[in-house]
Design a protein around this ligand. Structure first.
Ligand code: AMP
Ligand code: TRP
Length: 331
């Protein structure tokens, strides 16, 4: 995965599932980068079709999709600059998914780590869980995306996207731009505060393991003060030997735009580090939370943003879909 060399106009696409309140892993690993790299060529997709692979009630999905759009705007994405849209509003996503399913192999999909993990936890899992990364590849390829800012857990899906794009181009002629992933240096994999060997996750997480963007300040403080560390008492960044403490240092440095090593040098005691981290997280999230509630109280404005986003996204994605369909021989 390469470093993002940003010239201010790069075609970017990324996506997030509307599967519940975002945690600071989503924020630091992905959304914070989306805000930083937004430009008129950036497309940010709330992947509601992907969320159908989860057991999710229809009315919950509806609300969470709106929550997710509001959270992205509250985090600082300006819908008049970047394009924010719902995946299901741009019908060529599902269509492109089908074309690419006819390019992907069963074997490569069944080897995806995320599929194996999720499938092992469900009896009789859905076919959509297997084809999930193909739909994701379509999301990316439809926009001729040059860069795809994501957290570390999406590396394998990005590799598959590149592989499918190259295979398609070889078989049917040059059709797709081959995208590059961008994983941030810090906080690409924020770990669970209680089980620092596992990533912070919306679906499986210990009660005190994840910090959600809209947690109350007292909850945030409690979760950080109770975060699992170690007993040697030395403040040092060492993810292998000191995973819990190093995770806190990464979170700290990502919120304060420094490095984990810098932060480590400022502290001698775990308790002091934790106290300051709690304050930093609370003050960083407060404006996002306030703006979120404002936006969520204005459904007409959210509807307007979503409709505007769908129009802009469609204008870009439809010609690419037609290009791919024609290359495959569809009239
Ligand atoms: P998801 O919620 O699975 O749709 O993920 C949305 C984005 O957040 C993706 O780019 C993920 O890579 C990123 N992400 C999810 N969990 C974490 C985590 N624990 N640390 C860093 N990034 C994450
Ligand atoms: N699979 C991603 C996740 O679980 C979400 C996603 C769907 C995505 N389509 C995408 C991310 C396109 C980047 C680009 O987090």
């Amino acid at each position: 995965m390469e470093e993002l060399i940003y010239d201010g106009t790069m075609r970017i696409l990324s996506g997030i599932q509307p599967s519940g309140t975002m945690h600071i892993g989503n924020y630091l690993g992905a959304v914070k980068q989306w805000v930083a790299y937004q430009n008129p060529e950036a497309f940010y997709c709330v992947v509601d079709l992907h969320a159908l692979t989860l057991e999710i009630e229809p009315e919950v999905l509806r609300e969470q999709s709106l929550d997710c759009v509001a959270t992205l705007l509250a985090a600082g994405i300006d819908p008049e600059i970047a394009t924010v849209f719902l995946q299901s509003h741009v019908s060529v996503h599902a269509q492109m998914g089908w074309l690419l399913e006819c390019v992907a192999n069963f074997g490569e999909l069944s080897r995806m780590t995320q599929f194996k993990e999720k499938a092992s936890r469900q009896k009789g899992y859905r076919v959509g869980l297997l084809t999930y990364p193909v739909l994701m590849a379509g999301d990316i390829l439809l926009y001729d995306a040059e860069q795809v800012p994501v957290g570390d857990d999406q590396r394998q899906h990005l590799e598959l996207t590149r592989e499918l794009a190259e295979r398609f181009n070889n078989r049917f002629g040059l059709t797709f731009a081959v995208p590059v992933g961008y994983v941030p240096h810090a906080a690409a994999r924020v770990m669970d505060l209680q089980e620092p060997e596992r990533k912070m996750s919306k679906s499986i997480s210990s009660p005190l393991g994840s910090i959600y963007l809209f947690d109350e300040p007292a909850e945030i403080e409690k979760k950080i003060m109770k975060a699992v560390t170690d007993t040697d008492g030395e403040v040092r960044f060492d993810p292998k030997k000191k995973p819990g403490l190093s995770n806190l240092l990464e979170i700290f440095s990502s919120f304060d735009n420094s490095t984990p090593q810098d932060v480590a040098q400022r502290y001698e005691r775990y308790g002091d580090l934790k106290k300051d981290l709690a304050e930093l997280v609370v003050t960083s999230l407060a404006p996002i939370k306030a703006r979120y509630h404002e936006l969520r109280g204005d459904p007409a404005e959210l509807d307007r943003v979503i409709a505007h986003g769908a129009k802009k996204a469609m204008a870009t994605a439809e010609p690419v879909y037609r290009r791919a369909a024609a290359a495959m021989g569809l009239i």
